[in-house]
Write a protein that binds this ligand. Structure first.
Ligand code: C2E
Ligand code: MG
Ligand code: MG
Ligand code: MG
Length: 295
């Protein structure tokens, strides 16, 4: 009898696991047609010069307007796209869309002629030499200066160099685009790996920023260490996930010059970017500890 009860429990667990697997399969088949059905969107978040409060660039962040689930964030479908290989065509779409949009803004918005764009890429995209062709094609098709384009690679990718063929990194450098190391501080890359990649930018992971000031006093020291290393390697640093004026003050004190976060602006759909770039937002107040309301 006990065996029977256990069997029922297993049956329930199995049917739950099966429901989850079915949901994932359904989402995958939806994702397969999402590109053709024009359901993918890019949102853009400004990268801010903390001294002046002005945007120096934008990061493109993928969203999926799912027909029944609504607007999905990357957390609910990027790993699916990576595991299925769909990230390759989706990534090419992201690249083309982001470069085309940015070039249009550079050409038409007053004061935006030097606007730069940051595009996230997955390790799956970096394993096929055709990615370099895709980058070259996107540059040619849009006419944007390669110097305005930075590809973001997550730090954890660097830990296993077999994942990242040298020919592809060299090909990307030959195209003239820049590389940034995303989520820096969460992986274990070595100085030699950083040098090998020849990125020009480090993005400090938001977890260090959110711990600033209270929870963990060591995060300020870690940021200081990253800044010192970046100085030696001649890398620009961007702090991610800045939400409060107190965090901004602390980052300024440490010498951080570029940042992103809800304090200035959440990722916005393309049509809201022009007015965001036009309003040279005044500096946020320095001694108000309240995070700004999200739009
Ligand atoms: P990421 O590249 O590290 O992007 C930063 C994430 O932090 C974004 O989440 C952004 O919306 C969020 N963020 C911005 N400011 C704040 C803030 O002040 N506080 C907090 N808590 N979060 C903030 P999002 O848009 O959900 O993207 C998550 C991740 O998905 C990205 O992390 C990136 O790794 C991946 N991703 C997004 N778009 C693409 C894409 O086009 N291709 C690939 N391969 N990955 C993408
Ligand atoms: Mg990123
Ligand atoms: Mg990323
Ligand atoms: Mg990041």
């Amino acid at each position: 009898q006990a065996k029977n009860a256990g069997g029922d429990r297993i049956a329930v667990r199995d049917s739950r696991t099966q429901a989850a697997a079915t949901a994932r399969l359904n989402l995958e088949s939806d994702l397969r047609v999402a590109l053709d059905r024009n359901e993918l969107r890019l949102h853009y978040q400004p990268v801010i010069d903390v001294k002046t409060g002005t945007p120096i660039g934008l990061e493109a962040l993928l969203r999926w307007e799912h027909p029944t689930h609504g607007l999905l964030q990357p957390a609910s479908f990027i790993s699916l796209a990576e595991d299925s290989g769909l990230i390759v065509p989706i990534g090419s779409w992201v690249l083309n869309r982001a470069l085309q949009q940015t070039q249009q803004w550079r050409n038409t918005l007053p004061g935006a002629k030097d606007l730069t764009i940051f595009v996230n890429v997955s390790v799956r995209q970096l394993q096929d030499l055709r990615f370099v062709d895709a980058v070259r094609d996107a540059l040619r098709a849009t006419g944007i200066s390669p110097a305005a384009v930075t590809l973001e690679i997550t730090e954890s990718v660097l830990m296993d160099q077999r994942e990242l063929p040298t020919a592809i990194i060299q090909g990307l450098h030959a195209c003239g685009v820049g590389l940034a190391i995303d989520d820096f501080g969460t992986g274990y890359s070595s100085l030699s790996q950083l040098r090998w990649l020849s990125a020009h930018t480090l993005k400090i992971d938001g977890s260090f920023v959110s711990e600033l000031g209270y929870k963990d006093p060591s995060s300020a020291s870690i940021i200081q260490l990253i800044l010192g290393m970046a100085r030696v390697l001649n890398l620009r640093v961007i702090a991610e996930g800045v939400e409060t004026p107190a965090q901004l003050n602390e980052l300024r004190r440490l010498g951080v010059r570029h940042a992103q976060g809800y304090l200035w602006c959440a990722p916005l759909p393309a049509h809201e970017i022009p007015k965001q770039l036009q309003t040279h937002a005044p500096e946020p107040p320095l001694h108000n500890a309240q995070p700004r309301k999200l739009p």
